[in-house]
Design a protein around this ligand. Structure first.
Ligand code: NAD
Length: 385
């Protein structure tokens, strides 16, 4: 059996999720034949590092991430800190020869993402990026249908990512609302996932026309005595929306919002082609609506609803039966399995930082568009901070 030492840096929501994913691998992906050894976890807050180690069984913990990166027992690291620290951590990890599973959006800005791409390519390490919705069995199957030509020529792509996690104006401020830490708001946090799905399902994006809105422009400080410490400005957007044109001439639209009422986690993509269509929505992640019109049956209209089962990619790693649903964290386990497999094979997998840089180039055009109120071509992004 192979052995792979890993470290996780940033023991918040994603740090715990990545740690659980690594712990699941021997059980869910036994064919990897790999013992993932949880060597060390790091967090700037000592108690979080200690608690993370106790919860997941890391051999050690630290508040000093550079020492984790220098640890010779560690071959691969997960970077699960807020966006402003990714450039420093990923660069140091790459220079130390570690393979890297980095959470999206990789860089705080498109220029940082491109700088990260350059350093990992120079160092020759393998990367994977946390665009986890690609791994849903029914998204994988949708791509297979598109690639096999069942939808014909792709004419439309629509995406929406609606959550209400910030809809309450009294929800305390966090790093996500601070441009100096997060970079853009929903563009980095949410639209990065659906832009990646657009690339995955349809192909490269050629140009965009976008607008943005911040409805809640200040929030209470986090802390116990919220009313006494006052409010802090929100410095990035609650909403982004716009139009998109792909290199293959497909047209469409995109929206993301964090203050909307109603949807819980409506990450939805729709693709239409000349002979068929698909709809996938994360709120119903085990379903795929498919319409395929062979052209011979004009009365056969409307979508068929498929439900995930072991026939579809990855499903059988979790459940052997029909109608036995997968959940969000299973996508992170699949992601971790692809990362470990790429390390074992010594082959770069997708989506790595190259695909993240392609998303970042689209988002640079989105930012230019919401400033100029004009369509903007997706161009080259210079690396830098
Ligand atoms: N793929 C997804 O579905 C998904 C979901 C949520 C978050 N994310 C991404 O994951 C990353 C982390 O988000 P989160 O929600 O887990 O954040 P979080 O706030 O829950 O956790 C971040 C942790 O990092 C620690 N930290 C901050 N700076 C640090 C530093 N310099 N060194 C060590 N530790 C540090 C914090 O103390 C905290 O414990 C972000 O890039 C975010 O965009 C991805």
């Amino acid at each position: 059996m192979n052995s792979l030492g890993v470290g996780v840096i940033g023991m918040g929501w994603m740090g715990h999720t990545h740690s659980r994913a690594y712990r699941q691998l021997r059980d869910r992906f036994p064919e990897l034949d790999t013992e993932v050894r949880l060597v060390c976890c790091a967090d700037a807050v000592a108690e979080r590092a200690r608690e993370g180690a106790a919860r997941h069984g890391f051999e050690g913990h630290t508040t000093d991430w550079p020492s984790l990166i220098e640890d010779h027992r560690i071959a691969a690291v997960s970077v699960t800190t807020p966006n402003d620290s990714h450039l420093a951590i990923v660069s140091a990890a790459a220079r130390a020869g570690k393979h890297i599973l980095c959470e999206k959006p990789v860089g705080r800005t498109p220029r940082e993402t491109v700088a990260i791409r350059r350093v990992v390519e120079e160092c020759g390490v393998l990367t994977l990026v946390g665009f986890n919705y690609r791994w849903a069995p029914m998204v994988q199957y949708a791509r297979q249908l598109i690639r096999a030509g069942y939808l014909g020529d792709i004419t439309h792509f629509r995406s929406r990512y609606f959550e209400g996690y910030a809809r309450n104006p009294e929800e305390p401020v966090s790093w996500r609302f601070d441009r100096s830490v997060s970079g853009t708001g929903v563009l980095n946090d949410m639209l990065s996932h659906t832009t990646d799905l657009g690339h995955f399902l349809v192909g490269p994006i050629k140009r965009v026309a976008a607008n943005r809105k911040t409805w809640i422009d200040s929030r209470p400080e986090a802390g116990e005595q919220v009313s006494r410490v006052g409010r802090r400005p929100v410095t990035n957007e609650d909403y982004v929306g716009g139009l998109v044109q792909f290199e293959n001439d497909a047209r469409g639209s995109f929206e993301a919002c964090r203050i909307i009422t109603g949807p819980q986690q409506e990450l939805k993509v729709e693709v239409n082609g000349t002979t068929g269509s698909i709809i996938w929505d994360f709120e119903r992640m085990n379903e795929l609506q498919v319409y395929v019109n062979p052209g011979r049956e004009p009365l056969r209209q409307g979508y068929t609803r498929l439900f995930s089962n072991p026939e579809y990619p990855f499903h059988g790693h979790f459940n052997p039966g029909q109608g036995t649903s997968l959940g969000y964290e299973d996508l992170k386990t699949i992601e971790a399995s692809r990362f470990v497999q790429s390390i074992l094979e010594g082959k770069q997998a997708t989506p790595g930082v190259r695909e993240a840089a392609e998303v970042a180039a689209v988002h640079a055009a989105v930012e230019r568009s919401w400033e100029s109120d004009q369509w903007q071509e997706v161009g080259r992004v210079e690396s830098g901070e």
